[in-house]
Structures are given as C-alpha cells and as structure tokens.
Design a protein around this ligand. Structure first.
Ligand SMILES: [Zn+2]
Length: 466
C-alpha cells in the first residue's frame, strides 16, 4: 500500500456532522482511500511511506462548485462600481482585448490559487472547455466537473435579447461527454448559461439528453432584475416557475446564485432536490447581495460554495468563501447562529460533492472513496493555539482564522500535488510571471477605450485611489 498519514486530526464528514477522529490516520492505495481510523489501528508495516500528521488537520479537499477561472488576469480591475456598470463599463473594454490564450493563462493562475488554498475539485464553467481541460486541469492533475457554456444571445441591443437556437453550440457541448467518458478526473455537465440566454428548444434538448443519459446540468438561475424582465416578457412568469414547468428543476441540476427568488420559490427549488451553489464574495461585491445559502440549508436543501470569477471576487479561495458566507449570513439575519463554522466546512466539502454529482466519489474521508485530501498546518501563528481539551477549537479556527495558505499538502486521486507548501510539478513562478506580463499588455492595449468608458473605476484611477 502506498502511503498513510498518521497521528493527525481527521475531519471525515463521514456522517451528518464533521465526525472528527483524534490521533487519526488515513491510508491511500493508488487513487483510493483504503483506511480511515485511529492511528493505533493502522497497520504501519503495510505502507511504503508514512507521513507524520501531528499538529495537522487532515480533511477532504475543498470543492469550488462554480468557477470561471479564465478571467483571472483581471484581478482587481472591476469592483466597487454600480452593478449595472460592472460588466459593460468596467470589465467590457478590457475583456475585448483578451486573446484566446489569455483565458488559458488566466485559468492557470486561478486554478493555481485554488489548489494552493486546498481546492481539489473545480466546477469549471467556460466556453472552449476542452482547451481549459487539456491545457490547465489535465497538466495540473485537478479534478474538474466542466460545463461548456451554451449562450444563444445573438442580439443584446433591444429591450429583450434576441435568441437563436444553435445546434453547433449544443453539439460541441454534447461531444465532450463521450470524449471524457473514460477519464477518472474529468466529468462533464451541460452548461446552458441561464434561462434568459438560451432558447426553449435547446433547453428541452438538454433536459432530454440529461435524463436519457443520466447527466447533470449546471446553470445560472434567477440572477436578478435583468433576467426577471426577460423571462417575464417572454414567458409571462418567473425563472423558477418556468424551470419548474419545463421539469428542469430536479436533482441533476446545479443552480448557481438563485438570489432573485421568493421564499416560496426557494422552497420549490429545495423540494425538487435541485442543488444550489452560492458565490458569496462575488455576489456581495458585484451586487451587494448575500447568496441565500443558509436559507436553502434551513429548508433542508443541498447548497455549496463557488468563487465565480476573479474580477469582483478577488480570489479563488474557498477558505475565504467559508468565512465570508458565515459573516454575511449572520449579518443578514442579525443572528450569530445563522451559519456555524462546521456547516461552512461541510458545504465546502460534502455538499459540493453532492452538487456536482460526485457524492459517491469524493467529499468525505471514507474507505473506498477517491483520495482527494488536504492537510492544514495548525502551527501557523493565525491558527495558534490549537487545543483538543476540554473542547476543540480546530473547526472554528479553520473557518474564521485560516487564510488557506496554511494548507501544506494536497492529494488528488491519490497523487500528491502540493508537498510542504510547494508544488511538485507545477512551475508556480512561471505562471505568475506569464500572467503579469499578459495582464500588463492587455491593460495597456485597453487603456484608451477603458478611459472613455465612463466607469467609476476611471474616476478611482484619476483620483489615485487604486
Ligand atoms: Zn457564474
């Protein structure tokens, strides 16, 4: 047998709660977990390598269930602006200057950041998904559940967008299921961008195929006023009502955001067993809204975490998202009990796995599951002191005190990606250097049209506030 980590504090999420094992050990054979238990019950002689896990937590790798990693070159370029101008005025003039390869360079940086902070599975949502998989996720060895974007808007100028069903886009997305059918680390879902951005014809085709072949759908749902207006005018109802009518709401759907929903609609989503992913830093920054994660949880639904895109969020770091959603939920309700630490850890692991259709494979430390696991060094100043008796402070410290940089070992599918805080076969410095060079180039090419964009970002720059 390959390796074991011993004398560690295991957070397993085997059952409903965190199921912590003190003086625990976990054994890995090939790509799977072969032992979870007490160190004293570990048959050490069976293992070629034993890692000392003392002063460390060992837990399931974190799951970023909704990420557009390709925009990572644009970190810090659009935030603190009114929602309506974020996309069109602040980002728009810059995005136009991104070349195709810049999305890959950006994705490398974004995924690198996620990995460094303990994320092992990424719910990637992008166009040209195959390129991102081949050039980023495969070489990095990350687990990915990818959605190829299907967006059928052909004209955005009028009050109501003009859509045209695109067989080409559907086919491109559909082909990926066969292409990656044999891959252990790559899963594919359908990615209709949102109800207001695809035709009913395509959506029905997607639903039919998903039901027929047992596939998942990942989709932005009820994102706000603009969508509401489109849907109302087209179908005379709300997004959730229409999705229900089309029987899209079911357990193979991962619905992103869902903040523009009534209490009754949230209930409808939960009752249909649809999974929900919220992106706290992103939606708080761009819209000033708290993703209704704790609402879905208290209704008994499955909700999890995503980082969305770098501009707005600022990071692809699930440790930050755990803390952010806890604080936002407390503030929204004026109730410090709204979302306790252990639930934040659970939505970032077990719930994420279920949402991405991988609950039998990952999300908890259990014998037979894939060995996607991380260790966190509790000796860091910000995680100190770490005590076990008379009660543990470890889970609150992981959620409220960790920055993610205390993650020092990352295993995905049994393979070590990060060792003692250093990447094993990823050239971190080169990726950062490339990203910086390209970002500088893109921004200087975009400067002129950006300055003319009448965005608050331009004002900030003029007043030397950035
Ligand atoms: Zn998104």
């Amino acid at each position: 047998v390959d390796l074991a980590i011993k004398d560690t504090t295991l957070i397993t999420f085997k059952d409903e709660g965190p199921s912590v094992i003190k003086n625990g050990a976990v054994g890995v054979e090939m790509d799977k977990i072969c032992f979870v238990g007490k160190t004293e019950d570990l048959d050490e002689e069976n293992y070629t390598k034993i890692i000392d896990g003392s002063d460390h937590v060992t837990m399931p790798g974190l799951i970023d269930a909704h990420i557009h990693s390709g925009l990572s070159l644009l970190r810090g370029t659009a935030q603190d602006v009114p929602e309506i101008e974020w996309m069109d005025k602040a980002l728009g003039p810059i995005v136009k200057h991104l070349e195709k390869s810049d999305f890959i360079t950006g994705s490398k940086l974004g995924i690198l950041e996620g990995l460094r902070s303990g994320t092992t599975t990424f719910g990637e949502f992008t166009s040209d998904l195959d390129e991102t998989i081949e050039k980023v996720h495969k070489p990095f060895g990350t687990r990915v559940v990818g959605a190829e974007t299907i967006n059928e808007i052909v004209d955005k100028k009028g009050d109501i967008y003009e859509l045209e069903s695109s067989d080409e886009q559907f086919q491109k997305a559909d082909d990926l299921f066969d292409r990656y059918a044999q891959s252990d680390l790559i899963d594919i879902t359908y990615g209709p961008q949102a109800l207001d951005m695809v035709t009913l014809e395509t959506l029905r085709k997607i639903k039919h195929e998903a039901d027929e072949y047992d596939r998942c759908i990942h989709m932005h749902v009820a994102q706000g006023g603009r969508e509401r207006k489109q849907i109302k005018s087209r179908y005379g109802c709300s997004t959730v009502e229409k999705l229900k009518e089309e029987e899209i709401l079911q357990d193979n759907l991962l619905a992103a955001h869902c903040h523009d929903t009534t209490d009754q609609e949230k209930k409808t989503i939960v009752e249909s067993e649809t999974n929900m992913v919220g992106c706290p830093s992103s939606i708080a920054t761009i819209d000033g809204i708290v993703p209704p994660i704790h609402r879905f949880l208290s209704l008994g639904g499955n909700a999890c975490l995503g980082t969305d895109q770098i501009p707005g969020n600022g990071a692809h770091n699930i440790f930050r998202e755990m803390r952010t959603i806890s604080l936002l939920s407390k503030c929204l309700d004026g109730d410090p009990t709204a979302l306790p630490a252990w639930k934040c850890l659970k939505i970032a692991t077990k719930n994420g796995a279920k949402a991405l259709g991988l609950k039998d494979k990952i999300g908890s430390l259990e014998e037979g599951k894939k060995a996607d696991l991380i260790t966190v060094d509790l000796k860091n100043t910000n995680l100190s002191p770490s005590v076990q008796r008379p009660f543990r402070n470890i889970i609150p410290n992981l959620v409220y005190s960790s920055t993610g940089m205390e993650v020092d070992n990352v295993f995905i599918n049994g393979r070590k990606v990060l060792r003692d805080g250093k990447f094993i076969s990823i050239d971190e410095e080169r990726i950062k250097k490339e990203a910086e060079e390209r970002a500088k180039k893109v921004l200087s090419e975009a400067e002129e049209s950006w300055r003319r964009s009448d965005s608050k970002m331009v004002e900030y720059e003029r007043d030397d506030l950035l």
